[in-house]
Every structure is written in structure tokens, then in C-alpha cells.
Design a protein around this ligand. Structure first.
Ligand code: HEM
Length: 507
């Protein structure tokens, strides 16, 4: 008994000493760099910060967490600290801090410690879940598929859009465009990721196996989203959203990989030149590109699954958000239509570049991404002890000392609503504001910034532009059929929980 008490006391002493020593060393380092602590969120639960977490969960259930969190910047300033399950998170929309963490000092920051533990069993190590050398190697594997030649080819996409347009009702009845556009982009993404090997297995999401895969993928995403949200309580998540779903998704992708590797070996047997992929004019799937570079099935599977995550609910959400906004702004729709009618999509070449010349459309898309960034929030973590240049002290003009493991929560939604940059009337959809404002790269970040910015930005904008021009040319009117405000449903990306209910009037 005495022995147990003595051991407990000794353990307690070591813990207290460790805490004291760590606090002392943090304070000493902070002093050395001239840092001051940031303003703190006024928690009721000082130990674990559960009060704020509970409010966030409550707001998330009402699809109000995005404006709720953005409003905190109005109260606490552009940089402040919150307590999440007992650890410090810095929240910031200070451009200097964003530039430091995303570009200048980007090596001090990463994702691996916060993403890998939740995501590795499903999608392993890849460009989304790792940092440093592993991330670099993963990005190098993607490079051939994301080359300018491969991404500027819109021909396959044009065919898919034609069949998508057939599904829009012509009788003025109400249609929710969000799921229709999502299904167009799901097919496009799958084709881009898996290419012809998918046809061999039953074709573009139509076969039972492919449908099961999509469901398993979707469930895995929900499971991972919940893991992030509830952190230490993730054991509560049912198996159907974890191991069972992962296994189903793996089995399907592995079969596609077998087909691709088999094709590659057949081609080798026929002595095709090694640079065939670069020289032929077809666009290539990510799977084809990866299989060309490695035989490592697990590495290929990880990249495909992570590619699918990056492509999920991104361009499709941009288009449905834009249609949602246009349906409530008929005069803007009218102006867009006038511009869209100036281009003949069937003969305009090079289409990829010519779409960029539609200036009003470009402002409409910029404004849509400002109002509703597809990734409203991104969280990074300090990989070592470091500093951020501003936000310390009540005046927020001192650097902040950041111990390793501190999370940095960048709120792109709040960033895109900063009055001094985007005024006037930042809550109003006004594409014309882009004539008089020119936000810097760290003030407007729909595709993030620095080395980990989106590699698909130009293609995503080209596909969104093409789809919108097609719609606007075919339909002379777009009417809103929903009174409800945009309500952000957060997964990794955010889309409108109420969809995009509209009616389209044929020209
Ligand atoms: C409108 C559409 C899109 C938007 C707004 C968007 C936005 C972003 C953002 C904000 C990031 C940074 C993410 C982070 O730091 O974790 C990112 C990264 C990335 N995106 Fe996109 N994206 C879009 C479409 C796509 C599509 C269709 C793909 C196709 C696969 C894609 C592939 C990627 C890749 C590979 C990365 C790099 C991740 C890394 O290296 O860490 N994106 N995107």
C-alpha cells in the first residue's frame, strides 16, 4: 500500500515538474523571440474548452457553424487562441500569419500529425496525409497526370456535360441542381481517377460493385469527419463507417489497379516505348499515370483514394453555389447570358484558354468563391517550435510563440468577409466589386496558397466555366424556388444543406 502511494506521489511530482519545466522553457523561448501571448477565447471550461466545442456542434447541427466561427473574429480580432480538448489552437485570418504558415515558413507547418492517425487505415500515406519528403514524393507521382497537356483537354468532360444537360427539366418545374451537378462531377472524377479500367469492371459508377464502392467511400468520409470532430471519443463511431467501409472500398480499387497493372505489363510485352504516355494525345487517368511509375499497389491505392477526396464536392459545389446565387440575382444572370452568348463552344479553340477571357463570368466565379469558399476552414499543425509574426498582446502587434503541436485554424470564410478588403456590403453577392478591389494572395485564398495550394485550380475553373456557359446559353432564365438562406453543411468541404432548388426557362 505504502509502495503504491509512494509511486503515485512520485508520478505526480514528475508530471508537475515536467509541466513546470515545459512552461518555463516556453516562456523563455517566447521572451527570446520577443513574443507575447495572443488574446484568448473566454472559455467557461478552462481545462478542456468543451463549452466552445459544444456550441460548435450545436451550430453545426443547424448548419450555422461557418458564420458562427467567423463571427468570433469580430469579437476577438484577427488572431486569437482557443482551447480544444485541452490543447491550444490559434485561429487566424491575419494575412501575415497565413503567408508565414503557408509559404515563408511553410516547412514548420504540416498536416501529418493531425491527419495520418485518423486517415491512414483508410487511405494511407499520400499527398493529403503526409508532409516533408513523403508528401514531395506523392506530389511527384501526381505530376504527369496534372501536366498542362493532360488537364487542358476538356473533350471527355464536354461529352459528360451534354448528357447531364439532358436531365434538366425544360417545363419550368423545380429541380435541385446540387445532386445533379454532383453526379456529373462524380462520374468525371471517377473517370479522371480510374479511367478505362473502370469500364472493364462495369463502367462509370453504373455497376453494382462501383455503386457499392461509392457508398463505402462516402461512409468512410463520414467516419473520418466524425473522428476529426469528436477526437478522443472516436471509438464511438460504428464499424460501418470505418473498417467495414474501408475494406469494401479497398477491394474495389484494388481490382481496378490489377487491370491497370495488367495493361501496363501487356503493353511492355508488346515493346511500346516508355514515353508513350507523354507522346499520345489522349488524356490519361491518375491510375494510368501512377501504374506507369510504380508497381506498388498500396502506394497507388493511397493516391487514388486521396485523389478522390480532393476531387469530391469541389467543382460541383462551386457550380451549384454559383447557380444558387445567380437564381437570386436575375439581372446578373441576364448579364452573364449576354457574355456567354458571345462564345461558340463548339468552335472556340483553344477552349481552355478562351473560357478565361470571359471577364464577367470570371468575376462571378471569384465572387461565388468569396461568398462561399469550398474549404471554409483548414487546420495545420506546428511540426516544431516556431513563431507567427502578428497577433500577440492585446494590441495584436507582437509575434506569437508557437510550441510544436499547436494547431493553426485558418478561416477562409471569415477571411473572405473582411470589410477593409472586400467592402462595401461584404454579405452581398456583387461580381462587380472585383473591378474596384484587388485582394492580395493572402487575403483571398479559395485555392489556398504556397506549395500545398490546389494543383487542379485551372482545370476546376475551366470546367465550372464551361458548364455554366452551356447552361446559361441553353436557358434564358433561372428562377429561385427556395426561400431558405445558404446553410453550410461541413464535411472537408462545405455545400448548401438545402441544395440548389431552381427552375430553368429554356431559350
Ligand atoms: C473549385 C474546385 C476546387 C477548389 C476550390 C479547391 C481548393 C483546394 C484547396 C483550398 C486546397 C488546399 C488543401 C489543403 O491545404 O489541405 C487544395 C489542394 C489540392 N487540390 Fe483542390 N480544389 C478544387 C478542385 C480540385 C479537384 C477537382 C482536384 C482533383 C483531383 C483537386 C486536387 C487538389 C490537390 C491534388 C491538392 C493538393 C493537396 C496537397 O498537396 O496538400 N482540387 N484544393
Amino acid at each position: 500500500m505504502t509502495y503504491i502511494v509512494a509511486s503515485l506521489l512520485a508520478g505526480l511530482l514528475v508530471a508537475v515538474f515536467y509541466c513546470f519545466q515545459r512552461t518555463w522553457s516556453k516562456t523563455a523561448s517566447a521572451r527570446q523571440f520577443g513574443c507575447q501571448p495572443p488574446v484568448s477565447y473566454r472559455h467557461l471550461d478552462l481545462l478542456f474548452g468543451l463549452d466552445l466545442k459544444l456550441q460548435e456542434v450545436r451550430q453545426a447541427l443547424k448548419f450555422r457553424s461557418i458564420p458562427f466561427n467567423a463571427a468570433l473574429f469580430k469579437k476577438y480580432g484577427k488572431t486569437f487562441q482557443v482551447n480544444v480538448f485541452g490543447s491550444a489552437t490559434i485561429r487566424t485570418i491575419d494575412s501575415e500569419n497565413l503567408q508565414t504558415a503557408y509559404a515563408t515558413n511553410n516547412k514548420d507547418w504540416g498536416y501529418e500529425p493531425i491527419r495520418l492517425p485518423f486517415m491512414e487505415p483508410f487511405c494511407g500515406r499520400g499527398f493529403i496525409t503526409t508532409d516533408g519528403a513523403t508528401w514531395k514524393a506523392s506530389r511527384a507521382l501526381l505530376r504527369p497526370t496534372f501536366s498542362k497537356a493532360n488537364i487542358s483537354d476538356l473533350s471527355a468532360f464536354q461529352r459528360s456535360v451534354d448528357s447531364f444537360l439532358q436531365q434538366i427539366p425544360r417545363d419550368g418545374s423545380t429541380v435541385d441542381m446540387q445532386p445533379l451537378i454532383a453526379s456529373l462531377f462524380l462520374q468525371t472524377a471517377i473517370k479522371f481517377l480510374l479511367g478505362d479500367s473502370l469500364d472493364v469492371l462495369g463502367g462509370e459508377g453504373q455497376s453494382g460493385d462501383a455503386k457499392d464502392f461509392l457508398k463505402a467511400f462516402h461512409n468512410s468520409m463520414i467516419g473520418m469527419g466524425l473522428s476529426f470532430m469528436i477526437g478522443p471519443f472516436q471509438l464511438l463511431i460504428p464499424k460501418a463507417l470505418k473498417a467495414t467501409a474501408w475494406q469494401k472500398a479497398h477491394t474495389f480499387i484494388d481490382a481496378c489497379i490489377d487491370v491497370a497493372l495488367h495493361d501496363k505489363n501487356q503493353a511492355r510485352g508488346k515493346d511500346f516505348p516508355d514515353n508513350q504516355m507523354e507522346s499520345d494525345s489522349r488524356s490519361h487517368s491518375l491510375l494510368e499515370g501512377l501504374a506507369k511509375q510504380t508497381d506498388d499497389r498500396i502506394a497507388i491505392r493511397n493516391q487514388i483514394l486521396q485523389g478522390m477526396m480532393a476531387a469530391q464536392d469541389t467543382t460541383s459545389v462551386l457550380i451549384s453555389n454559383t447557380m444558387f446565387l445567380l437564381s437570386r440575382n436575375p439581372a446578373t444572370y441576364e448579364r452573364l447570358r449576354k457574355e456567354a452568348l458571345s462564345i461558340d463552344l463548339d468552335v472556340s479553340l483553344p477552349l481552355f484558354d478562351n473560357l478565361k477571357e470571359l471577364k464577367f463570368l470570371s468575376n462571378v466565379l471569384k465572387e461565388s468563391l468569396r461568398m462561399y469558399p469550398i474549404f471554409p476552414v483548414l487546420v495545420r499543425v506546428a511540426l516544431k517550435d516556431t513563431t507567427l509574426p502578428v497577433g500577440g498582446s492585446e494590441k495584436r502587434d507582437f509575434p506569437i510563440y508557437i510550441p510544436r503541436g499547436t494547431k493553426l485554424y485558418s478561416d477562409y470564410y471569415a477571411l473572405h468577409h473582411v470589410e477593409s478588403v472586400f467592402r462595401p456590403d461584404v454579405e452581398v453577392f456583387n461580381p462587380d466589386r472585383w473591378h474596384s478591389i484587388s485582394p492580395g494572395p493572402w487575403e483571398y485564398m479559395p485555392f489556398s496558397g504556397g506549395p500545398r495550394a490546389c494543383v487542379r485550380q485551372h482545370k476546376a475553373l475551366a470546367e465550372a466555366s464551361y458548364t455554366l456557359v452551356k447552361i446559361v446559353q441553353l436557358f434564358k432564365g433561372l428562377e429561385s424556388r427556395d426561400e431558405k438562406e445558404w446553410a453550410g453543411q461541413m464535411k472537408l468541404t462545405a455545400r448548401n444543406a438545402n441544395g440548389c432548388k431552381v427552375a430553368l426557362i429554356p431559350a
